[in-house]
Design a protein around this ligand. Structure first.
Ligand SMILES: C[S@@+](CC[C@H](N)C(=O)[O-])C[C@H]1O[C@@H](n2cnc3c(N)ncnc32)[C@H](O)[C@@H]1O
Length: 250
């Protein structure tokens, strides 16, 4: 086979190029208007910051991106018997990780696969094939807002950094409820998203209370940035600082 899976980098190159080019233009103009040297320097620093972030996210720079996905599976506490769902599977990195961790489980990955990300069902299927899990893993186009499964269908449900991206529903809490709908009684769940963004999810205490009111037996919340592997500069709010993990048992 010899090929490698394509999992990409969440820090798109445009975050480096756009401020980089703006800074060059401003440095040029600063020859005529010296005060432009300040914004030019700031854009240059922004570009450097994203070079650093992209490097730290990559396999050669500590693989922070992959470790963030690991955080979803580590506390799941599932015995691996039965079926699992990965909501918003992207290019299947987490779906495949789940299949590797639970060698007897069947895993379904769903995603809307819109234009914003360079992900597709065929990329997922290719990655699953390269990783040797194709017999236990399938992919389906669907929205997180209306999962095409009966109530209590899955033994475990996970999702990583998806809910805030879903555009076809205004109240993102409804996505958590929809995800929990398809978890079996006694089944496990772990959802990672920008849960600390108050304008999106409100207060975490309130959200935890609401989830319990939905009849969920156990639910806990962790802040992702508290994980030791995340370097200080990546804990800024616009990077990883507002990410949290909701885990529990239905
Ligand atoms: C930041 S990526 C995360 C992908 C993957 N979970 C991972 O860990 O790499 C966000 C994903 O959400 C997906 N997405 C956006 N809207 C969606 C929707 N309505 N239903 C399902 N997935 C959606 C995007 O297509 C993209 O794959």
């Amino acid at each position: 086979m010899g090929r490698k899976p394509e999992y990409g980098n969440w820090v798109s190159k445009k975050f480096i190029y756009i401020p980089g080019v703006i800074s060059l233009v401003l440095f040029g103009l600063a020859l005529l208007v010296p005060s432009l040297v300040i914004p030019a320097g700031l854009f240059f620093l922004a570009s450097l910051y994203f070079v650093y972030a992209r490097y730290r996210f990559s396999p050669g720079g500590g693989n922070v991106q992959d470790q963030i996905r690991e955080l979803v599976l580590a506390p799941l506490g599932w015995n691996g018997e039965g079926q699992a769902l990965d909501i918003g599977c992207g290019n299947a990195a987490l779906t495949i990780k789940l299949a590797h961790k639970y060698a007897r489980a069947r895993v379904i990955g769903i995603d809307y696969w819109g234009r914003k990300w360079e992900y597709s069902k065929s990329v997922c299927e290719r990655n699953a094939k390269v990783e040797g899990v194709t017999e236990r893993v399938t992919f389906q186009k669907a929205s997180a807002s209306a999962l095409p499964f009966e109530d209590e269908y899955f033994d475990a449900v996970v999702s990583n950094l998806v809910f805030h991206e879903v555009n076809d529903v205004a109240d993102k809490r409804a996505l958590i409820r929809e995800a929990l709908r398809v978890v079996k009684k006694g089944g496990k769940f772990a959802f990672q998203d920008l849960f600390l963004l108050k304008r999106v999810y409100g207060s975490m205490d309130e959200l935890m209370g609401t989830i319990r009111d939905w009849g969920i037996r156990k639910v806990e919340f962790f802040e992702t940035k508290d994980s030791a592997f995340i370097p200080m500069p990546l804990k800024l709010p616009f990077m990883l600082g507002t990410i949290g993990l909701i885990i529990g048992e239905k």
